[in-house]
Design a protein around this ligand. Structure first.
Ligand SMILES: [Zn+2]
Length: 370
């Protein structure tokens, strides 16, 4: 065996010295590069580079809220204390793969296998663009939707009392839910869910027909351990005003998911006076002066709210620890395997190609001459 090894080494050396030095080097370089690519791909290297960073900061905590960064759009993943999952909106379609990857990582980490409640707040694409992909990828147990009918429902004459959305994106989502017999519920003011110690109440919309799609937004209040979380969708001032008139001081909440990505059409002083949020989360990309609007930020600052935006922080996570709300920016552990193999490949290429050979350095020249 030893003899064989020696012969191989000698043969290789002779080969390189004689004629094929360049090609031998090239073959080995290609071999190492292929090994690296295979290992990188088989270890989810591409997903690691391009996926939305999964936030595992509060892993195994029974209550978690993940504001997933989907640019100017909403996508909120909630782990409920009943060991169930709720997803509110999905962002634009272009984010759907990243959102699916994020939810998959969440499910692995939390030992979950389905989306128990999937809520679409209203038919705009920055909220439902990825909804079809979500329903195709995960088992959705309950599908919650606003009282807005799709093109197909309109043609069938279903729910004539509700408003109507003309987009095919919404129509496809609703049709998919019918075809796959996913249990559908209309989320309407007054509806509530009691899930263990957690109570979820719907504060809007009412059943009346609205002028703008934003005003169909489903507004939710989630209460858990004496903490309250208010999700406004894209509601505008007129709806905020109605909610404040109806619910008054009951709107007081620790966290406000700011309406309509921080636009000045929402987050009125009237709403802030009633909610008085400790934290205000804005889901936006920061590429426009209107989302968020400086006046909204000023109103939130004056209300002593800590403003957090996905544009600045990426994905943001919240939980409750020792009766306090805590938050964190989603961080990603380094992919050690990829780093080790990148270092390994670099060393192999340097040693093999010997980049010093062309330099006028007597030490290396000497070595090479040997
Ligand atoms: Zn929106």
């Amino acid at each position: 065996m030893k003899q064989q090894k020696k012969t191989f080494k000698e043969k290789l050396k002779n080969e390189m010295l004689k004629s094929g030095q360049f090609y031998v080097k090239l073959c080995f370089t290609i071999l190492f590069a292929v090994i690296f690519v295979v290992i990188f791909v088989s270890n989810n290297g591409f997903n690691y580079c391009y996926a939305t960073i999964y936030g595992n900061n509060f892993q195994s905590n029974p209550f978690q809220i993940h504001f997933i960064d989907v640019g100017r759009g909403d996508c909120i993943l909630i782990k409920l204390p009943t060991n169930q999952t709720m997803l509110i909106d999905t962002g634009e379609e272009e984010y759907s793969l990243r959102v699916c990857e994020y939810i998959t990582q969440y499910m692995i980490a939390e030992d979950m296998d389905k989306v128990d409640y999937f809520l679409i707040t209203h038919p705009d694409t920055d909220h439902i663009g990825g909804a079809l992909k979500i329903m195709q990828t995960f088992e959705v147990v309950n599908f919650l939707r606003p009282p807005v009918i799709s093109i197909s429902e309109y043609e069938r004459g279903s729910y004539p009392e509700y408003g109507y959305d003309e987009t095919y994106t919404y129509d496809n989502v609703i049709n998919y839910a019918y075809q796959n017999q996913i249990t559908m519920h209309f989320a309407i003011d007054g509806m509530s869910l009691n899930l263990g110690e957690c109570k979820i109440t719907c504060l809007s919309p009412t059943e009346e027909v609205k002028q703008s799609s934003n005003n169909y937004s489903v507004v939710l209040m989630i209460e858990y351990q004496n903490k309250k979380f208010l999700f406004m969708g894209d509601c505008e001032n007129s709806i905020e005003s109605r909610i404040v008139d109806k619910y008054g001081n009951n709107l007081n909440a620790d966290l406000l998911k700011v309406g309509h990505h921080g636009s000045n059409t929402s987050t009125s002083q009237k709403l802030l006076d009633a909610v008085k949020p400790q934290y205000a989360v804005i889901s936006t990309d920061g590429n426009s002066q209107y989302f968020p609007n400086a006046k909204v930020i000023e109103r939130l600052n004056n209300a002593n709210s800590q403003v957090l935006s996905t544009a600045k922080m990426g994905t943001i996570l919240f939980t409750i620890e020792d009766n306090n709300i805590v938050f964190a920016k989603a961080t990603r552990p380094p992919n050690y395997l990829a780093i080790i193999f990148a270092c390994f490949l670099t060393i192999v290429l340097i040693v093999w190609e010997n980049p010093f050979k062309n330099l006028n350095m007597p030490y290396f020249q000497k070595k090479i001459a040997k």
